[in-house]
Design a protein around this ligand. Structure first.
Ligand code: NAD
Ligand code: DAU
Length: 339
């Protein structure tokens, strides 16, 4: 089976490629990645070497129709799993333009070619953020109305609607997964858990937005990869499946756990200016995926967090390599104005 994985040098898709080789010994993976600031070939170096005969890497933009067409011609894909995206909410607030190109035009380009080349399966990786925000109770289901609040989630919601249109208009068999907040090895350190770990380790101030009572439903990346795999292999065309970790935590709970792991005082926490449009709470009802796909998250948050922080502690070189140049410029700009 030939699978096109987009964004395979990013956090989740690099883990997914590793997952695929275990789940499907006869798979051939083509990883297309533009290598933006968030893409790092070192995140897949081990599998690229181990499975060299069953792996190809192409540096290209999923929104570049000519480049994608050449790729579809060269390989007869049996399936596409679309992870490539601009994924960071804060960056989308600062400059939404790349989010429109990659997340919307990129997805539409892939859908167009997948239909033209008769690719049998298309799994689009989406997010719980398309549903907007929850109050203190309840969970998002697949029939919760889409109500995105950030430029990032608006672009992801738009991509989801294009997927829906491809199914409704052309009968193209696309499946969407919407997942909650991931954590685990190889996550770019602009996201909450690796960012706070690195700051705690260096005994720097930890910038918590607002009062830190916002809630996220955390899922280990391996559980997300399993959910995507199950949806790809067992999902019903045209359907959306929610995936979650059943692990709601406030940001303060997460940040203090990280400080405790690092043996650092809670006084390092700084409450800084809130993120504009900051969603209060996410929680996923994933009973449909449980019933139809057999999806059940295996990691508890406590075990997963410890494994993740151990991984960062043992992979300082990887952290140093990804937090150079362009990333530092953005961090200076974004956090410089937040007191
Ligand atoms: P990431 O930012 O770590 O990785 C994104 C990858 O996409 C990078 O390797 C980057 O180089 C690549 N990329 C960006 N623009 C591209 C383009 N135009 N063409 C080709 N490649 C391009 O992201 P992530 O956190 O791993 O998220 C992966 C996917 O999962 C995204 O679609 C995201 O919306 C979704 N998702 C993420 C989470 C989460 O908690 N991180 C949760 C739910 C869904
Ligand atoms: O819910 C799924 C989404 O999770 C994905 O679709 C996104 O791609 C992914 O980035 C993530 O979005 P969040 O905005 O929830 O993740 P982030 O790690 O940026 O923030 C998590 C929470 O921590 C959020 O409430 C904001 C807060 N936060 C974040 C940063 C970076 C802080 O308090 N301080 C910070 O410096």
């Amino acid at each position: 089976m030939r699978i096109l994985v987009t964004g395979g040098c990013g956090f989740i898709a690099s883990n997914f490629i590793r997952f695929l080789y275990k789940a499907m010994p006869d798979v051939f993976v083509v990883n297309v990645d533009l290598l933006t600031y968030a893409g790092n070939p070192a995140s897949v170096r081990d599998v690229a070497e181990k499975y060299a005969g069953a792996y190809a890497f192409v540096q290209a933009d999923i929104a570049d129709k000519d480049a994608m067409q050449a790729l579809f011609k060269q390989y007869s894909f049996d399936a596409i799993v679309n992870f490539a995206a601009e994924s960071h909410v804060d960056r989308s607030i600062h400059d939404p333009t790349p989010f429109l190109r990659t997340n919307i035009t990129g997805t539409q380009t892939l859908l167009t070619l997948a239909k033209a080349f008769d690719v049998a399966k298309f799994l689009h990786v989406s997010t719980d953020e398309v549903y907007g925000t929850l109050g203190p109770t309840g969970k998002f289901t697949e029939s919760t109305p889409i109500a995105p609040n950030s430029p990032y989630s608006a672009s992801k919601a738009s991509a989801d609607l294009f997927c829906r249109a491809w199914y409704e208009t052309y009968g193209y068999p696309v499946v969407i997964t919407r997942c909650s907040n991931n954590y685990g090895p190889y996550q770019f350190p602009e996201k909450l858990i690796p960012l706070m770990y690195i700051k705690a380790r260096n005994a720097e101030a930890l910038p918590v937005y607002g009062d830190g009572t916002n809630v996220r439903d955390w899922i280990h990346v391996e559980d997300h990869c399993n959910g995507v795999w199950l949806a790809l292999t067992r999902g019903t065309p045209g359907k959306v499946y929610n995936l979650g970790g059943d692990a709601e935590r406030t940001n303060m709970q997460v940040v203090t756990s990280i400080l405790d792991y690092c043996n650092k005082p809670h006084s390092l926490i700084r409450h800084v200016t809130d993120r504009p449009g900051h969603d209060k709470r996410y929680a996923m009802d994933f009973s449909l995926a449980q019933k139809e796909l057999g999806f059940v998250p295996a990691w508890t948050f406590e075990k997963g967090l410890e494994q993740t922080l151990n991984w960062y502690a043992n992979n300082q070189q990887w952290v140093g390599d990804v937090t150079s140049g362009a990333y530092r410029e953005f961090a200076k700009l974004w956090y410089g104005g937040r007191q």
